[in-house]
Design a protein around this ligand. Structure first.
Ligand code: NI
Length: 354
């Protein structure tokens, strides 16, 4: 016990890692005028932010374990900052080689996470950082644009509505939902997790057979904003692969877990040909709301082109019972008001081009 403790102390002391037990502070940094809350530290008067912060600026950010370095990619530029080293590496695409350049402020590790000197990295990525002393705000002008490609609803002049279910499939709620939809002859869209598709492939086959649409909801449901770009790619592609295996097709729609995305994640989804689907009616069914409470939310938030969010995860404590009970009522009541139920693809395809 004592020996182990001594060893630990020695390891910590010999580690080249800076500020192992520094507690980062929190502030908003304005990225293209949008406040982004982030951890930061000040070291010798310089502002350092977590490497992943740069995903908010549109850059892909990855960790290279072998070289213990953070790799940034934006447009045609690829640049790597090894932790604790006084150089950075630039990739030359034509010669397929890396070249090292001297660096004043190096990447550091804080509580095991790499932190980057904000101004140094931003400059390398073609961005401008300014500090406004009057408001004490730091601004980053990213000088790059990413098409949001995000839909919270469809055309507001047509009385169409889309039912959507997240996190499934599961062995209880999914078949019950499918029975109700079949009975009511209403199509829906299911945003599914890869690991659940692998577990319950028959449910997915049934969805497709009965005319419902499918969408990607990642493999394990992580918050994309907190993951390296390569991990996000893996979460998306492994789910696409699972769907291809089970039903022979890949969707062109995704709903990111928690609706959380950075600018870099959006760039990635665009590159992968996936549209972001959010929602306009949040039933909050996962909180265990009753059928009456859910109906009230639907009545309050519905408008033409609406996208209704419900869930079909394996809710062992029955949290989704109210949601299931509300489903036939939602369908009947909205039809009475003149709404037609459609899949997300139909809802988006029906949008008038401007
Ligand atoms: Ni989810």
């Amino acid at each position: 016990m004592v020996v182990a403790f001594m060893l630990m102390v020695t390891l910590c002391m010999t580690s080249s890692v800076y500020a192992e037990d520094v507690k980062p502070l929190k502030a908003a940094i304005y990225v293209d005028q949008k406040p982004i809350k982030t951890d930061y530290i000040l070291k010798e008067g310089h502002l350092y932010v977590p490497a992943l912060f740069f995903k908010q600026t549109g850059a892909y950010v990855d960790w290279n374990e072998k070289y213990q370095s953070v790799v940034f990619q934006l447009q045609n530029k690829m640049v790597a900052f090894p932790v604790g080293k006084n150089y950075y590496d630039l990739f030359n695409k034509e010669t397929n080689t890396w070249t090292s350049h001297p660096l004043k402020l190096t990447a550091v590790k804080v509580n095991k996470k790499p932190f980057m000197p904000l101004v140094t990295v931003a400059k390398q990525l073609g961005m401008d950082v300014t500090y406004d002393a009057a408001t004490k705000r730091t601004y980053v002008a990213t000088n790059n644009y990413v098409e949001p490609n995000l839909f919270m609803h469809g055309d507001r002049t047509q009385k169409l509505v889309a039912l959507t279910f997240d996190d499934g499939p599961d062995p209880y709620y999914t078949p019950t939902i499918l029975d109700i939809l079949k009975d009511k002859n209403a199509p829906a869209t299911f945003f599914m997790m890869g690991k659940n598709i692998a577990k319950y492939p028959e449910q997915v086959k049934r969805m497709v057979k009965e005319g419902h649409a499918i969408g990607n909801h990642s493999y394990n449901h992580p918050d994309f904003t907190k993951q390296w770009t390569a991990k996000v790619v893996d979460e998306i592609q492994s789910t696409q692969h699972e769907l291809l295996k089970v039903v022979g097709k890949k969707p062109d729609i995704i709903r990111p877990p928690y609706g959380a995305l950075t600018k870099a994640d959006t760039r990635l989804l665009n590159q992968l040909g996936l549209r972001n689907i959010f929602w306009s009616v949040d039933t909050l069914d996962w909180k265990g709301k009753t059928s009456d409470e859910i109906m009230e939310i639907v009545r309050r938030q519905i408008f033409p082109g609406g996208i209704i969010l419900q869930h079909n995860f394996e809710a062992k404590k029955g949290e989704l019972n109210g949601s299931i009970e509300a489903l036939p009522k939602i369908i009947d009541e909205l039809r009475e008001q003149g709404y037609t139920f459609v899949t997300i693809q139909t809802l988006l395809d029906s949008q008038k081009r401007r």
